[in-house]
Design a protein around this ligand. Structure first.
Ligand code: 13P
Ligand code: SF4
Length: 319
């Protein structure tokens, strides 16, 4: 154990040294492991990470997250070198929306504004009118005229959540995230029975029955902030458990219980794509400046427009 700690420490120190030598910025999502969160220059949810990727003085951005996030950083900072430590870090939600099928879907529902969750591949973004994240999706829909018809993609659970909140005319693409859809309502209720004072806090990518029993629903940053402001002593967390690292740091005296998935052979709900990134891969990626995100300019330009619309609306509402 001591050896592993020493190795992690040395690797972290080396990463810090090389990134300052190369003027590189490490952006990490909350679903990364704790050791990676601890060496990040900026840690955040999808919206915060996009905002940071758009405004920084680094020469290199290393993205400790999944591919659609690194692509978004490249779209927003096309002149910078954007690195991803493992290009196989995909996303089941992004892959549930194929570009060609989505193009057909849009044609089948003409005259609708296409609002697409940031968890999509770049070709799908390029077909969209406005991108959103779980932090700003509600405000983005509310910013449109009430009679505006909408297509929402690709997450059916977030789409359903937004439809219920706004009552707007929304056609929803039938996609989902394999992590958030797998939480077991029964097992969460069992945990609640064992911990009656625990608050159930839930990401909107979860299915409706899980959202229905939530004390609070929000993006990863919103969930983290909730645990800071709320005065309960314990929480059942229905999102990827990586976020618990920050919740514990911010609230050392509180108890955080990860919500279990349906499949009882595995007690955890980790995103296997997020967890492909390791300190070793980050180190090698920084040293070799590879793998790099390379995308043709024309596609970058098309995908940038709907992201900039998101940024404008977010800025307007102070999100
Ligand atoms: P947020 O970080 O925007 O809450 O999204 C969660 C997620 O699933 C990222 O992959
Ligand atoms: Fe994609 Fe789900 Fe993993 Fe997020 S948690 S990266 S939505 S598969």
């Amino acid at each position: 154990m001591k050896k592993k700690e020493e190795k992690t420490y040395n690797l972290s120190e080396e990463i810090r040294r090389i990134k300052s030598e190369k003027n590189a910025l490490i952006l990490a999502h909350y679903y990364q492991t704790g050791d990676i969160q601890d060496i990040a220059d900026y840690l955040g949810d999808s919206l915060g990470l996009s905002q940071k990727a758009a405004a920084n003085d680094a020469d290199i951005i290393l993205f400790a997250g999944v591919k659609f996030m690194a692509e978004t950083a490249k779209i927003l900072s096309p002149d910078k070198k954007v690195l991803i430590p493992d290009p196989n870090a995909g996303c089941s939600l992004a892959d549930s929306c194929d570009e060609k099928d989505f193009e057909e879907f849009i044609k089948k529902h003409p005259g609708r504004t296409v609002i697409t969750y940031v968890n999509t591949n770049i070709g799908v973004k390029a077909l969209s009118d406005i991108i959103c994240t779980s932090s700003n999706a509600l405000k983005i829909i509310e910013s449109l005229p009430e009679n505006e018809k909408i297509i929402f993609a690709p997450d059916r659970n977030l789409g359903n959540y937004l439809l219920n909140l706004t009552g707007r005319d929304i056609v929803i693409w039938d996609g989902a995230c394999h992590v958030h859809e797998e939480f077991s309502l029964e097992r969460i209720l069992e945990l609640k029975a064992q911990n009656p004072d625990a608050k159930i806090i839930v990401h909107p990518e979860c299915e409706r029955p899980v959202r229905m029993i939530a004390d609070y629903i929000g993006s990863t940053t919103a969930l983290l902030n909730y645990t800071k402001k709320d005065n309960s002593k314990s929480y059942i967390i229905a999102t990827e458990p990586g976020i618990i690292h920050q919740m514990k740091k911010a609230n050392p005296d509180k108890v955080f219980i990860p919500a279990p998935p349906r499949d009882s052979t595995c007690g955890c709900s980790e995103c296997n794509f997020m967890k492909l990134i390791t300190l070793e891969k980050i180190y090698n990626c920084l040293v070799n400046e590879s793998p790099e995100i390379i995308i043709e300019k024309e596609l970058l330009d098309r995908a940038r427009k709907p992201i900039l619309r998101m940024m404008e609306i977010s800025e307007k509402y102070g999100i």
